[in-house]
Design a protein around this ligand. Structure first.
Ligand code: GLN
Length: 280
């Protein structure tokens, strides 16, 4: 692909052009991050030494990553990690790529929702970003954290991330609340969930799209994207000491979600971006 280049600058120029042609809007950052990963340096170093020579092996590896990115594979899968709320998390194709909009859930928790000794449950934890970030950010509050997922492979990765960040989390394999013991549900005071909420009709399945690489069960939900959120809301009565429930969904879905929540005695407190907060 790109063989005649010898320097960082040359490779970046060519890579950026190719990604731009493929209509990948993050072409510049992605090219730089690929090279950072291969050379094991940070972005400032890449940009400070544009004339650094690349070895044949560097170029071979960088071209391989570039080729994958040109096919719209998410950069996070290619590099094997993604940053979330200032920490790096391992990711692979058995989990959703962490999204920056999901950081709002942490921001909302920081609005005085978390007191000392709360017990949190993260449903559909995926790579574990929410549970791990919460365990770290509220370390001084003596909180207890549980995280569940229906996918065995996701739980393997989430456990890896908990170890990586030295976060104390108990993991449970469960479909929503179904397989979580009642004595654990009795402890829970704060429930958070970034469940699949994408409506299949929103996505053009023919067009190249990063979503095609992500696990379908982590993205899509029936009933216009609301099936799983509705099921969760309809079982929140199994959590007797629930104080807050925080969900991620598309803002267009909030109206319907609020209605189902109301039927389950949950009151909307705030909504911001893709996050909606309920109080019991
Ligand atoms: N926000 C993501 C998207 O639209 C979906 C995240 C999810 O399903 N939980 O791509």
């Amino acid at each position: 692909m790109i063989n005649k280049v010898t320097t960082v600058n040359n490779w970046l120029k060519l890579a950026k052009n190719k990604l731009k042609e493929a209509q990948i809007s993050s072409y510049s950052l992605d090219s730089e991050l690929i090279l950072c990963n291969i050379l094991k340096v940070d972005r400032t170093t890449i940009l400070a030494y544009p004339k650094r020579k690349l070895t044949k092996q560097n170029i071979f590896h960088a071209n391989h990553f570039l080729k994958r990115r040109l096919q719209h594979e998410p950069l996070a899968y290619i590099l094997g990690f993604k940053e979330f709320y200032g920490r790096n998390f391992k990711v692979n194709s058995s989990v959703l790529v962490p999204r920056p909009e999901t950081e709002e859930i942490i921001e909302q928790l920081k609005n005085n929702l978390v007191n000392n000794n709360e017990t949190l449950l993260d449903i559909g934890t995926g790579s574990g970003i929410l549970a791990v970030t919460i365990a770290k950010e509220f370390q001084n509050k003596n909180i207890k954290a549980y995280a569940s997922d229906i996918s065995k492979d996701a739980l393997v990765l989430a456990k890896d991330n908990a170890i990586l960040h030295n976060a104390n989390i108990s993991f449970i394999k469960s479909n929503l609340l179904e397989n979580i013991e009642q004595n654990i549900l009795n402890e829970v005071t704060i429930l958070i969930a970034n469940l699949p909420y994408v409506n299949k009709n929103w996505i053009d399945q023919e067009k190249p799209n990063e979503l095609h690489y992500e696990p379908q069960i982590a993205l899509y939900s029936e009933k216009e994207g609301l099936e799983l959120i509705e099921k969760l809301l309809n079982t929140t009565n199994k959590i007797p000491n629930l104080k807050y429930l925080i969900l991620e969904a598309d803002p267009e879905q909030f109206c319907k979600i609020e209605k189902i929540a109301q039927e389950n005695n949950l009151k909307k407190m705030v909504q911001k971006n893709y996050t909606i907060v309920f109080k019991k």
